[in-house]
Ligand binder design. Structure first.
Ligand SMILES: C[S@@+](CC[C@H](N)C(=O)[O-])C[C@H]1O[C@@H](n2cnc3c(N)ncnc32)[C@H](O)[C@@H]1O
Length: 434
């Protein structure tokens, strides 16, 4: 058992990873686990870097480590394995001095009450310190080099034969830090001037800003008062492209944590905005996010695929369906999702998305718009899902504004993490015929 209280950031990283990387159980989400490790400053930065880095590069690190072991590590030695992977990650992907890394991990093994692993750690890391990651992975298959589970690599190669490698490569890097300016409080050029150096406007969303290097939100002027929100640029597009009368009735059908609900309020402050969410705990996050912006909406707990349980019968002028999905477009932000999702999850998600689309469509006024969005890069959840919907609903027209340079898909607009700086994302604007 690893001791519970320690300020050592490497030990904290191993403890966090032990709860995230599937081993004894299915593994928890990294984002949730990190909330239990409130390390600050450079220690917090080191710990988070190791956690994200090991999740991103898990497969190649494991591959090389396994080749070094005379006999496999027992499942009960998972913390030792994670410590070795953390050391390899630091050696190959960080700019911290190799000698400091090689010395740190044998000590860590002793702190973890695994003194037997100190020699192993020393030998493995010493050997690794003489190699680059490219040398270590020479001859390894693409799915290992790209750190993907077999099923996802296969899906991407089938869906995007020319882009699969670039999509996977893009997911091995940290995402940019992107903000949305609250148009109710300021114009984008004013926000750029206030934020100072390292800020540039995004080209897809008129309210987006890229800030480099990333800053803690506590250092963003006006953040607590709602002047800015953290939101990927592609994720800003669905609410930006949703058309509705200024005082119309708008449904945000899968609302939590409320990023897009707040944006809808900023865009349509006089609308009758309804935010629906299945998970009651997550609905409180919508409430908190709206409170920071000074925004209001009617919050409903309910199942978007079963409107008879919550709909009052008054039609909506516009509906945003930001559907639950595989999250394969945001693996830069949630690299642990690669190891938590299974191939068998996808048909269930595709079925749920289709049921939501079919259930919400009758709630839309003739002439109204439904925007369907996912943070997925899988065609079954995206253009194939919408093509099938358009077949089922002759009253629906695809009116998505797609830039000329966008990758051609059968319906809607697919964005990729290797283009434009945004996450991998999909959206389709569907107009209901009058
Ligand atoms: C992609 S997230 C939405 C993100 C949100 N729109 C935002 O911008 O902050 C999908 C949400 O759908 C919720 N959800 C899942 N199944 C649902 C259902 N059947 N009905 C309503 N919400 C559902 C999940 O709990 C999750 O909060």
């Amino acid at each position: 058992m690893i001791p519970l209280t320690t300020p050592d950031p490497r030990l904290s990283a191993v403890r966090a990873l032990d709860r995230v990387i599937p081993g004894k159980g299915d593994g928890q989400s990294l984002r949730e686990v990190l909330r239990d490790f409130p390390l600050q400053g450079s220690d917090g930065g080191l710990m988070r870097d190791i956690c994200f880095g090991v999740c991103r590069h898990l497969r190649p690190l494991n591959h090389w480590l396994n080749q070094q072991l005379a006999k496999p590590l027992k499942p009960s030695a998972q913390p030792v394995r994670l410590a070795l992977l953390a050391g390899l990650y630091e050696l190959w992907f960080s700019d911290r001095p190799a000698h400091a890394i090689v010395n740190a991990y044998p000590q860590l093994c002793r702190k973890m009450k695994a003194p037997w692993a100190a020699g192993l750690s020393n030998a493995v890391l010493r050997k690794a310190s003489k190699l680059t990651i490219e040398e270590a992975l020479e001859g390894a298959p693409a799915n290992i080099q790209l750190s993907l589970p077999d099923w996802l690599h296969k899906c991407w190669v089938q869906d995007w034969p020319d882009q699969a490698e670039a999509i996977a490569q893009a997911n091995l890097y940290s995402p940019p830090f992107t903000l949305r300016v609250n148009r109710q409080q300021q114009q984008r050029p004013d926000a750029i001037a206030t934020l100072g150096e390292g800020v540039r406007p995004g080209e897809l969303s008129p309210w987006s800003l890229y800030v480099s290097p990333a800053r803690p939100v506590s250092q963003l002027p006006g953040f607590d008062q709602g002047a800015l929100s953290v939101q990927d640029e592609a994720a800003q597009l669905p609410a930006e492209l949703l058309q509705a009368p200024p005082r119309g009735r708008i449904l945000d059908a899968c609302a939590a944590p409320g990023g897009k609900t707040g944006q809808l309020w900023e865009k349509f402050p006089h609308a009758d905005l309804v935010a629906l969410e299945l998970d009651p705990r997550r609905l409180t996050r919508v409430e908190e996010n709206l409170a920071r912006l000074g925004a209001t909406a009617t919050l409903l707990q309910g199942d978007a695929s079963q409107p008879d349980q919550w709909w009052d019968g008054t039609p909506f002028d516009a509906i945003l369906l930001d559907a639950p999905c595989s999250a394969t477009g945001i693996l830069r932000r949630q690299p642990d999702a690669k190891w938590h999702r299974k191939a068998s999850d996808i048909p269930a998600l595709v079925d749920l998305q289709a049921r939501m689309l079919d259930a919400l469509w009758p709630l839309l006024q003739p002439g109204g718009m439904l925007v369907y969005a996912t943070c997925s890069v899988l065609r079954d959840e995206n253009d194939r899902q919408i093509s099938a919907f358009l077949q089922r609903q002759p009253q629906a027209r695809d009116v998505t504004p797609r830039p000329e340079q966008a990758t051609m898909v059968d319906a809607g607009w697919q964005l990729f993490p290797q283009q434009d700086g945004s996450d991998g994302f999909y959206l389709a604007c569907l107009r209901k015929n009058l």
